[in-house]
Design a protein around this ligand. Sequence first.
Ligand code: 3PY
Ligand code: MG
Length: 262
Amino acid sequence: MKNRILEKYRRGERSLGTFTHLLSAPALEAMGYTGLDYVIIDIEHSTIGAEHAAELVAAAEGAGLAPLVRVDAIERSPVLKMLDAGAAGLIVPQLESVEQARELVSYAKFAPLGNRGYCPSRDGGWGMADCYSGGMTGYMAEANESTLLIPQCETAGCLENIEEIVAAEGIDGIFIGPFDLSIALGIPGDFKNPAHIAAVKRVREACAAAGKLCIMFCGSAAEAKRYFEEGFPSVTAGLDIGILQAAVKELVSGSGAAGGLQ
Ligand code: 3PY
Ligand code: MG
């Protein structure tokens, strides 16, 4: 089970991803030629369902992008479906407590770490992928090892308990949601507020102390660069639909098309 974001993290290399809201396999295929490392197929903030998400997981993988999925609930069904479909990792929004983190681990990780249910499914080539060379237990161990379980830190509860949450066995890292975090702090959108800056730093340091991945979300290449320089191992920049929109807007304004005929 290849996982480009995890392999790069282990080699001490940065990784860059983006969310996908275009929900288009050709768009993912095209992004595979750009040097991007991963995409996050967003079930939380789009209308996409499990069947379409599973197709996009396969498309991203075929394009050489690690397919992460942002699920929309801390529940067994979405967690299991997306892992069985071959997601390289799950981003889980709105987590509040270490109890919820443990609940997630029980759904997402096989025994002895958790209680993930088993079926030969796409993530293990329906029982025929290389990860089965060590039999069913070999597959289970490899799935636990190579599938990232990453709650978001974007609530007051998660921030308050971040050190304990990130240290929990089976939790592989934290994804910072700066927008919801700013709302939780009572300063919507004010990322320059010292309280927001301190919260982001606290999460990054808690992840580093636990030896776990920390992913920051931002809106531009310049911000991504700054976060990499601050020490974030991974940054998710924007949404593919917004990147397309910005590029088209620049094309329109740079082309002079708004002027009259000569
Ligand atoms: C947030 O900023 O709240 C996010 O969830 C980013 O995706
Ligand atoms: Mg959020």
